[in-house]
Design a protein around this ligand. Sequence first.
Ligand SMILES: [Zn+2]
Ligand SMILES: [Zn+2]
Length: 149
Amino acid sequence: MSPTPSDPQLRDALRAAGLRATAPRVAVLRALHGEAGPSTHGEVFATLAEHGWDRATLYRNLVDMTEAGLLRRVDLGDHVWRYELVGTADGDGHEDAQHPHFLCTACGDLACLPDVRAELPSAGVPSALSQGSVSIQFRGVCDRCKHAE
Ligand SMILES: [Zn+2]
Ligand SMILES: [Zn+2]
């Protein structure tokens, strides 16, 4: 994982996406840079609790940044939206439009698998597949839980 960008870099990214560089937005981006996988609104809220921003403010910022293309929403089939950074060219592992995720069935931890490629045929599959607008998820027991057995 690459080092977390500085606040000026995060503000530049926000402005480049057409958003005002507000403190909550910079903090949300910083928090997501520190995660190995997508985070829920509740997790982001908990991470930033010390700032005292309310849940609605953070939710609106997550939605704004998703619409601006800075974040991506991931649906794992449990009806909970999770948010992750959309990659930039700085090699943070998220530069691909889509990548699979690994969900640990023991601890619930979710990890990005940016190096795993799913080869999909262009014909004979639902169009959403060929357009990449689906999420691929693996389930199993993560290394940490496995070693804790
Ligand atoms: Zn686990
Ligand atoms: Zn991811």
